[in-house]
Write a protein that binds this ligand. Structure first.
Ligand code: HEM
Length: 506
């Protein structure tokens, strides 16, 4: 056995000691010092102390008091953190070549290594063109919308009806995780794992995806040599991550082997095809890139939509007047459908084509994404020294953190009522159109040349799901508990979202 990692281990232990002692000191103090810059450990101890409210700490304790941009160091690593739109436009668009994701980002998400999520430059450009082709193909778009509609009709609505009939509360966070996992497995692999069913089967693969994002956050916060030592020793969160990565690889291997054995049952040329069909015979994606690509598709769709939906239902349950406005918008379409089908007592579902024009419904979704972006922080590295529009200087190898959560809560951008859930802010004066907000001010789908490639389809799917639930059921919170968030790269709810859903009297 070689002991070449011993110096790194000692430094890691020192950093951990500083963190633990610093946190203990702050916790036991009657007036904990805000955002203290400690020797060596920098703001790490106060960051650790505030982890339970990480995004509010960043928005209101770090960024707001410092004019929305801040430089700090942890050990010998320099950070620049910002939520200032002018800086965001500079980093993501005007000078984006100077701010790649970087090698360390690829190491943090090593289970997706080589895929679009972790690469920059030419490799990214090539993959983006490929993903764009796949995601805009009419056959795949047809499959994505049809799967969503069918899953709502055959899975979601019967499940909620049962829960309403038996007077049982619903954990909406868990339910949405199951729904979106089934949906994206169907879209990517052509297989519905049926995790959304009354017997609530285990969700090992979805849990493994959550672990990747939870340990991903630890890897972002802790100096790289610390987590690398833990990975080498297979201890702590790294042990959990290794097990999760194995579950994910096993899942994609099974799906690929199944397809290679049985082929795909395409009956007609116009029949929709899943994502796997586009990659399984592509020489560019075979070898090392096929697994990371498939895992990336699962994470891109399942993690984002599955994280967004519970926040929308949380906001709707807290704002019954918004639910009434959505129903007013849905009413003319629903009564037309009911007249044609002569089925006013049945569950009503909108077709994907019908949800597109619903602007108020879309405003409720955008407003939820503003306050609760599923990806709350973006990370970039610095290639060469540069000066931000705010005058802050950054040097090569600095880490740049962009708080999407904070941009959505800036008074200067969104006005004095920026903390309120108010979909109307997204509408034109006559309420018929959506206002345009540039992506450097509304960053939920990222900004610049790396803008999300699934935005349009995600919006249709989310609107289909929300419209079906809101039209057919009344949604109430079970209690007034504040919602805590998980320690994760995603803004997921920590203890779920308990709601009571009742069949709506019409
Ligand atoms: C509410 C839904 C969604 C939100 C809020 C969202 C948000 C984002 C964000 C913030 C990024 C940048 C991530 C990063 O580079 O760190 C991103 C990238 C991406 N998204 Fe989405 N996304 C959503 C749904 C989807 C869906 C359904 C798909 C497709 C199945 C998708 C495909 C992608 C792809 C391929 C990228 C990588 C683009 C690149 O790196 O150049 N997204 N998305």
């Amino acid at each position: 056995m070689t002991f070449s990692f011993l110096p790194e281990l000692l430094i890691s232990m020192f950093v951990l000691l500083v963190v633990v002692v610093g946190s203990y000191y702050i916790k036991s103090s009657k007036n904990p010092l805000p955002a203290v810059d400690w020797p060596v450990a920098g703001i790490l101890p106060s960051l650790v102390y505030n982890l339970h409210r990480l995004h509010d700490y960043i928005a209101f304790d770090l960024l707001a008091p410092s004019g929305h941009s801040l430089k700090f160091a942890i050990v010998n690593i320099r950070f620049f953190m910002t939520c200032e739109p002018a800086n965001i436009q500079h980093i993501f668009t005007s000078n984006h070549a100077n701010y790649p994701k970087g090698e360390e980002f690829a190491e943090i998400f090593d289970v997706m290594r080589g895929s679009i999520f972790t690469v920059d430059g030419e490799s990214c450009r090539r993959q983006r063109a490929n993903y764009q082709g796949v995601l805009s193909s009419p056959r795949l778009v047809g499959l994505m919308t049809r799967c969503c509609r069918d899953k709502v009709e055959k899975g979601l609505l019967p499940f909620i009806t049962h829960m309403a009939r038996t007077n049982s509360p619903v954990d909406m966070a868990d339910l949405m995780t199951r729904l979106v996992f089934d949906l994206y497995a169907s879209i990517i692999f052509g297989v519905d794992p049926a995790r959304l069913s009354l017997d609530m089967p285990p969700v090992h693969v979805a849990n493994a995806m959550d672990t990747v994002m939870e340990v991903g956050l630890t890897r972002h916060i802790v100096p790289a040599f610390c987590w690398k030592v833990m990975r080498r020793l297979n201890i702590g969160p790294e042990r959990k991550l290794a097990a999760a990565q194995a579950v994910l690889r096993c899942f994609t291997t099974d799906m690929i082997m199944e397809r290679r054995k049985n082929g795909h049952t395409i009956v007609a040329q116009e029949e929709p095809v899943d994502v796997l069909s586009s990659y399984i015979n592509d020489p560019d994606y075979n070898g090392d890139l096929l697994h990371p690509t498939l895992i990336t598709y699962m994470i891109a769709g399942r993690d984002t939509i599955g994280t967004t939906l519970p926040w929308i239902f949380y906001n709707l349950a807290k704002n019954p007047h918004v639910v009434s406005s959505i129903r007013d918008e849905l009413a003319p379409i629903m009564s037309r459908k009911a007249a044609i089908a002569n089925a006013s007592a049945a569950m009503m579902i909108l077709e994907p084509e019908e949800v597109k024009a619903l602007v108020y419904l879309q405003a409720t979704l955008l407003e939820s994404l503003r306050l609760y972006p599923p990806v709350p922080i973006e990370r970039k590295s610095v290639v060469a020294a540069d000066v931000m529009p705010t005058g802050h200087e950054v040097c090569a190898l600095d880490i740049v953190l962009i708080s999407l959560y904070s941009v959505g809560r800036m008074e200067a951008v969104w006005g004095a009522d920026c903390q309120e859930y108010r979909p109307e802010r997204w509408l034109s004066q006559d309420g018929r159109k959506l206002r345009f907000v540039p992506s450097h001010k509304f960053m939920a789908f990222n900004s610049g040349p790396r803008l999300c490639l699934g935005k349009d389809i995600a919006i249709i799917q989310i609107k289909t799901i929300v419209a079906a639930v809101v039209w057919n059921f009344d949604v109430k919170m079970l209690d007034d508990r504040a919602i805590d968030t998980k320690l994760s790269c995603l803004l997921q709810m920590k203890d779920g979202l308990k709601l009571k859903l009742n069949k709506r009297e019409m």
